[in-house]
Write a protein that binds this ligand. Structure first.
Ligand SMILES: O=C1O[C@H]([C@@H](O)CO)C(O)=C1O
Length: 555
């Protein structure tokens, strides 16, 4: 079955957290419409760029794009940007059941509200290993009042201006900013004050309310497309059984707080088993960075209570933001469900270790992998590779390793300078590749951050997490080769390492990057290519920029 969606992407003034500002909408909405389909269906999205003065591109997060690498939506890697006024058609097959997402992949547009969910149900007749009465979804984001232009310029300025902590946490696109904190000077887009800058009574920021019936079991699909924050999600008085992660079935485990990194999706089962005489809080809170953002709140509404009645209880507090040990143990608890997984190849053909560091290049703040910070070329890699265009990117591959033995991950680097590079990794088609992500101290003493790493075009097995410096002789002995979960996004914990394995079996060029929007913008990404010879004929719509610009003589 083919699903055709016509999307109009534009800027509008909206008040998702009661504060009025420019947001990017799809057909008038942020989050955009949820795409629902059955495994094996084809999705066609005809995207019209009505932004007026800005390019765009949309990535289908978690969809592997077998046979359609040009539909991945990664501007600079798989396509030229979609120009204002132009339309672009994405066409791809959703080959796997599960919970996925989509979002802008041009500049920092994801943070402007260009995001949504993709829900793929199993092919008819394929039962899932759990049952529930109702299927509901929740998209989590964090929200800034500064525009993405302000953010992007700050990040590339000398001196560096960081985006800082977000103003709000949104649940299904709704949050509540404390309007008394807003300056009295009218903000842009308020008609010089005739429309309030911040309006607590705006229906756009009324909290999301999830209505449940006592005794029923709900499958909650929860995805995070936060720009910066790692989020703890909980429902007052209720436990959650985790059953799916990034489209793979999880060996069920019960938790009160689900820690969710940007780019991850989970399904949890929740039984509405509490006294139905009142409503309960749905709460999101920031962890892994020192929070300066109030909790996100929504209402877990027991029928027949009024869906907008706030519980009189105070919302439960989240876990300690700096409790790294409990976050590491949740990561380790996520295993593939018995009877529902594919075992990984037992040995890799190639091991790439990526040392994650915060650096400087010409005074600008950057993030680097093995001392190289990615700078995208103006011609997309996929097009350059397929058409054998010369001089688009640095020909040499980035290093597979740097010497970790001589690098003190607990200290600020002795030399913080890095190099800007457009080099990419060439993987042998169908080979098995291990990636070891190694975390380190930032340029701030005694500070190491969490980074969710997202791979395009593949799922990977999560082989293990460790603390300290990875030891290539010792640590692989403890990899989980029995029941590792397959994911597309995985956290790298502070001062730790994470090892993943994947098969380079998808012809194309694929991003692998930190899913924190500002870190990605600061170069925290690498690109892999494999099997380019097998890539089909590229649609001309992905071209038109850089070396693929048509040059006509005007003579
Ligand atoms: O990339 C980042 O920069 C800041 C800080 O390290 C320097 O201002 C921060 O918190 C980040 O995550």
């Amino acid at each position: 079955k083919t699903h055709l969606h016509k999307w109009d992407v534009r800027y509008e003034y909206k008040s998702p957290d009661c504060y009025r500002k420019l947001v990017m909408t799809i057909n008038g909405r942020t989050p955009g419409p949820t795409i629902t389909a059955e495994q094996g269906d084809t999705i066609v999205v005809v995207l019209k760029n009505s932004l007026g003065t800005e390019n765009t591109a949309i990535h289908w997060h978690g969809i592997r794009q077998f046979g359609t690498p040009w539909s991945d939506g990664a501007e600079g890697v798989t396509q030229c940007p979609i120009l204002p006024g132009e339309s672009f058609t994405y066409r791809f097959v959703v080959d796997k059941a599960g919970t996925f997402m989509y979002h802008g992949h041009y500049g920092m547009q994801r943070a402007a509200g260009l995001n949504g969910l993709i829900i793929v149900s199993p092919r008819l007749g394929l039962p899932e290993p759990f049952t529930y009465h109702h299927d509901r979804s929740i998209l989590l984001t964090d929200w800034y009042h500064a525009s993405t232009f302000d953010q992007a310029v700050g990040l590339s300025s000398v001196p560096f201006v960081f985006v800082g902590e977000p103003q709000s946490l949104l649940i299904n696109g709704r949050g509540e900013y404390n309007c008394s904190l807003v300056a009295k000077t009218p903000a842009p887009g308020t008609g010089n004050g005739s429309i309030p800058t911040c309006n607590s009574n705006s229906p756009e920021c009324a909290p999301f309310s999830l209505t449940v019936v006592h005794g029923r079991t709900y499958r909650l699909r929860i995805g995070s497309l936060a720009s910066l924050s790692t989020i703890s999600f909980q429902i007052e008085g209720h436990e959650m059984t985790v059953v799916e992660a990034d489209g793979s079935y999880v060996e069920p485990f019960v938790t009160k707080n689900l820690i969710i990194y940007s780019g991850e999706t989970y399904s949890v089962l929740v039984k509405a088993d509490q006294p139905p005489t009142r409503n309960y809080w749905l709460v999101t809170s920031v962890v892994a960075r020192k929070p300066a953002t109030p909790n996100g709140l929504a209402i877990f509404n027991y029928y027949p209570n009024h869906p907008r009645r706030n519980p009189r209880t105070s919302p439960p507090a989240g876990p300690q933001w700096n409790d790294t040990a409990s976050r590491l143990s949740q990561s380790r608890a996520i295993k593939a469900r018995k009877g529902y997984f594919e075992s990984p190849p037992q040995k890799p053909d190639r091991v790439i270790e990526l040392l994650n560091t915060q650096n400087k290049i010409n005074g600008q703040f950057k993030w680097s992998l093995n001392n190289l910070s990615l700078a995208l070329p103006s011609t997309p890699y996929l097009v350059a590779l397929k058409k054998k265009l010369k001089g688009v990117f640095d020909a040499e591959q980035p290093p597979d390793q740097v010497n970790l033995d001589s690098y003190d991950i607990y200290d600020v680097a002795k030399n913080v300078n890095a190099t800007s590079s457009s080099r990419i990794y060439s993987l042998e088609f169908n080979s098995t590749v291990d990636i070891v992500l190694q975390n380190a101290n930032t340029m701030t003493p005694n500070n190491s951050e969490s980074h969710p790493w997202h791979l395009h075009g593949h799922d990977f097995w999560v082989l293990g997490y460790g603390e300290g410096t990875y030891d290539s002789n010792r640590d692989p002995q403890y990899y989980n080769l029995v029941d590792p979960i397959m994911k597309n996004t995985v956290p790298l914990h502070p001062y730790g390492w994470t090892a993943i394995r994947f098969r380079a079996d998808n012809p194309g060029a694929w991003f692998f990057h930190c899913h924190i929007e500002s870190h990605f913008f600061m170069g925290m990404a690498v690109v892999f290519e494999e099997g380019i010879g097998m890539v089909g004929r590229l649609p001309s719509s992905v071209m038109g920029c850089g070396k693929t610009k048509p040059h006509r003589s005007l003579g």
